[in-house]
Design a protein around this ligand. Sequence first.
Ligand code: FES
Length: 174
Amino acid sequence: LLEANKLSDDSAAPQTGGLSDASKAQIDAWLQKYPADQRRSAVIAALHIVQKENGGSLTEDLMNQVGAYLGLPPIAVYEVATFYGMYDLNPVGRHKVNVCGNISCHLRGARQMIAHLEDRLGIKLGETTADGKFTLREVECLAACRNAPVMQLDEDYVENLTPERINEILDEIK
Ligand code: FES
């Protein structure tokens, strides 16, 4: 990950590129949910929108653009983007496989699921497959503990994981 201290905290950071019209329209829809003087409230959604359009990760330029669009200094955007694990500041695979390794999932076989995924994908945690298709990570609690073990595949949760279920899912994607 880019480290927060490598990012400029200069509110006059260069504003290059530009958000797409599609991104702006989606951000505008979120802005409608908040008072006009609370544009900051849309920063989490805005980062999701631009990250998705950018293939799953953010760049400093995109964060600057989000800040400019919302009327926020860049640092206010960096603070959010670097705090939450749902944002990626480096390129990722087309599919993000996030396996919960927290206590309930750990007790119900998360290590086995991770080992199986590493084996199937031929990569280790934190890596991306050579074809750029999958990035595999361990994450903290996904708040679906009741159906542990759990992984998040892009925007979907897969619960009560088994090696067989993992195989089915990967086969469907491939
Ligand atoms: S511990 Fe895995 S979802 Fe909560």
